[in-house]
Write a protein that binds this ligand. Sequence first.
Ligand code: OXD
Ligand code: MN
Length: 590
Amino acid sequence: MATASPLPTPLAHLSRPVAEWVESVRALTEPAEVYWCEGTDAEREALTARLVRDGELTRLDPETYPGCHLYRSSPSDVARVEHLTYICTRSQEDAGPNNNWMDPEAAHGKMRELFRGCMRGRTLYVIPYCMGPVSSPLARCGVEITDSAYVAINMLIMTHAGRPALERIAHEGCFVRGLHSTGELDPNRRFIMHFPEELSIESYGSGYGGNALLGKKCHALRIASWQAREEGWLAEHMLIVGLQNPRGETHYIAAAFPSACGKTNLAMLIPPNSMPGWKVFTVGDDIAWLHPGRDGRLWAINPEAGYFGVVPGTNRETNRNAFDMIRRDTLFTNVALTADNQPWWEGLPSGVPRIDWRGRPYDAASGPAAHPNSRFTVSARRNPSYSPHTDDPRGVPISAIVFGGRRREVAPLVYEARDWAHGVLVGASVASETTAAAVGQVGVVRRDPMAMQPFCGYNFADYWRHWLKVGAGLANPPRLFHVNWFRRDPQGKFLWPGFGENLRVLAWMLERCAGKAQAIDRGIGLLPRPEDLNTAGLDVEPEALSALLSVDTELWRREVTETRAYLSQYGERLPREMLSELERTASGLG
Ligand code: OXD
Ligand code: MN
């Protein structure tokens, strides 16, 4: 006689601490119903169908964009809000000058009043998730509660969410609590609060990306950076990419760039035709968790399972992998539409926008058709260059760490730090022009150490000390580099073609790691000479190349002065090595 397979245990019965927390949130927020996410494809499709029925999602042309949808956020809710994002530690010093701070009691009190009754008539979604492969000891779990089905769908794409994550939580007994409500989407009643000492997050009043998908910036960077310091690892705003050379050897690089500076493009790079035999594999495009391994190397996992990438500028030339990837099963946010219901954004060579990102008839006089921070959410497995090692519970060993910013001048195309301690200073000195990824003025240079200015969950001085300690404990640390793809000539034209050609710079780094390539100490660090780069088939004038690899001593002296002033705000807490490295650079400039 065939035995019926047993019904799965209802999720709410798997973990008592999660169930108790959900019950306390239910009592506070008073939703009409509570729904626990299983994490299956069928569930995601049902949630999507419900949003299409309710008019919140638009189904895109099924012929050209099968399984794709468009979501329009509220026009006042299109980017991260750094000025409304707080680190709530008992001591303000622990949050540091790099964070907005609020006393935890005061913050909880404020948020409790906002959350009280805020889910009336709505569904409360419970999303258990794991950041990183569920079987990896390097992964960490959380639960997000949200009243937005759009957020739930994004989390189901972006994380390893559902039953297996809850089973791990039940087993481990530890999870990050993230409570989110879109509230009234009122910018004056919007706060993103982090309580690293309690491993919890409270977010109210925004339905957008990094403000609302709590597994991403809030957990995997702000809370995780705190956990990482306590446990001896690093949680970083970095892509992870594997480069296979023509000899068939693969090495992994992790690279930190501020938001909207091309991390996704670099992670999915297509080698130029003139570099035959090279292959590129993406492990992650935004966040890396780096753990010292027993072998003295640094091992990285990508805690995410999907990409939340910037859409404008994506096309067959700039990022063919991404362009192909987002042709199916993709959720678009704030792009424009053509007359035949295809998504459209600036940078597409064809098509005509008919409806802009706000849902109004497109009028070129009222700005871009797609919002400059419009996004795609898509499963990482759709990426043609997806690395199978993404799922390896041990992660991948990192040979080089790259820092970078978007700067018209000063920073050369590439340089290498003298050693780990110098590299920490190089990372801490990163400055970059601001982009549309956060609310505020675009294009002004600001300090963005390790590209973590918006994301470090504690005092940067303590963070740099932790970086120094992690490096000192590694028998075989990665080499550290700085790049700038965005140098311009006096007329404002980019000097470097970027995109696939960036592989030439990465290849030089790997040769340096292998002890093969040359470099010259130019005071700020070690630079290649033009002949040290593979330039076969590269369409860059020799003058442009030497400008890209030049160090303007005058500008660099000013840079050192500004870095000294920037670091001085961290006072006594600043590790001494940082200042001695800075003075070494100053004297190297003559
Ligand atoms: C992102 C960001 O969304 O950095 O990745 O803003
Ligand atoms: Mn990012």
